[in-house]
Design a protein around this ligand. Structure first.
Ligand SMILES: [Mg+2]
Length: 385
């Protein structure tokens, strides 16, 4: 079997958080087609990664798609002088997922069976409220109760993105400061959500890497007092492990990091220096199914739980779940919302996340089929179709 084409698809999805999703289609000369995903956080990044995927098509056309380890390393080393993490690693991730889909389809086996088999029946999830609905305390309670009633037992939110105008925007970092007014509003929101969930739901806080060391420490302690929080994620930007250590030494809430780290090598200093309680690589960014399995095994040696950041699209959550259903040291997989019906437009059969866990089918490969009519009708010009 040989690879005949690798195509980045950017597909418009109005009404969703991202507004568009990026998938990767790998075709072969035997008619087997594999799919991956690399939806990023900005349109600029999606288009940059699509350009890298097009270059990798030139490199990999004619290769045997079942030689996944060889293709991963050959692709990765081609970017070594420009830096093999970032865009290169994202492009490799999307292709890697598609290659595992092809391998599973060629052997008529689900991917998890090729990774050692299941160690659990389904994959526990955590999810987010839709914070655009947080217009008043009653609306907050209604949204949170929707999650609790869906059967999810952990939820994550960012107490601060609704404070536009009071601080830098979501992905921004200038001075890492937050006003005392914004801090108070965030603490009040956290207290309201804890009051709504009761004590037995796990509440995870995402700081989105926006704060300097003293601000992160102050906010974490304030939110802990307000709402008995269960983790504080990305307290500082990903560039400084030293800053992360300083925060860690001054708080007693578990820390989660990893969605902006790429490959097994970037997790070594986190594990060796005991900088986090939870490791959260994204299967579509950190290096694909191959790399997530390796990172998870590294964490297993340290008894650190893995909890993939897989909150963009349907392939993202399913690919991460195939690895996690085979992983002993597992906490939960992240999903964007408890109601995943916005994913159904992309795939032929809806995902089953009833009761707060994802059920994987025993169909070959990823076990999902793309809805080609929808994809063709909504692909951006020059990206798929
Ligand atoms: Mg996050």
């Amino acid at each position: 079997m040989k690879i005949t084409s690798i195509t980045p698809w950017i597909v418009e999805a109005k009404g969703t958080y991202f507004g568009e999703f990026m998938f990767v289609e790998v075709k072969t000369d035997e008619g087997i087609v594999g799919w991956g995903e690399v939806t990023t956080s900005t349109k600029l990044a999606n288009r940059s990664v699509a350009g890298v995927i097009r270059q990798l098509e030139e490199l990999l056309k004619g290769s045997d798609p079942t030689q996944i380890e060889s293709i991963w390393n050959r692709s990765f080393r081609n970017f070594t002088y420009m830096g093999s993490r970032g865009a290169a690693c994202l492009a490799i991730s999307g292709i890697d997922i598609a290659l595992w889909d092809i391998l599973g389809k060629s052997l008529n086996r689900p991917i998890y069976a090729l990774l050692g088999g299941k160690v659990r029946d389904d994959v526990l999830l955590y999810t987010h409220p839709d914070q655009t609905k947080f217009t008043d305390p009653g609306a907050v309670k209604e949204e949170i109760m929707g999650i609790v009633e869906s059967g999810h037992t952990a939820l994550k939110f960012d107490p601060f993105p609704h404070l536009r105008g009071l601080q830098v925007r979501r992905n921004g970092y200038l001075d890492g400061e937050l006003s005392r007014e914004a801090e108070r509003i965030g603490a009040e929101l956290t207290a309201l959500i804890r009051e709504t969930t009761g004590p037995e739901i796990e509440i995870l806080i995402d700081a989105h890497g926006r704060f300097n060391v003293p601000t992160a420490v102050r906010l974490c302690n304030r939110l802990k007092d307000a709402g008995q929080i269960d983790w504080f994620e990305e307290p500082v930007p990903p560039e400084s492990y030293h800053a992360l250590r300083q925060v860690r030494e001054q708080i007693d809430v578990p820390i989660a990091v990893g969605e902006r780290l790429h490959t097994r090598w970037e997790f070594v200093p986190i594990l060796e220096n005991q900088l986090a309680d939870y490791i959260m690589p994204d299967v579509t960014w950190a290096g694909g199914i191959s790399e997530l399995k390796k990172i998870a095994t590294m964490c297993e040696a340290y008894y650190v739980p893995v909890t993939p950041h897989d909150a963009s699209g349907p392939i993202n959550v399913v690919a991460g779940s195939h690895v996690m259903i085979t992983t002993p040291n597992f906490y939960r997989v992240e999903t964007s919302l408890h109601d995943l019906s916005s994913y159904n437009r992309f795939i032929q059969e809806p995902l089953d996340n009833s009761g707060g866990s994802l059920k994987l089918t025993d169909k070959p490969g990823l076990g999902i089929e793309m809805d080609m009519d929808f994809l063709r009708a909504h692909a951006l010009d020059g990206y798929g179709g």
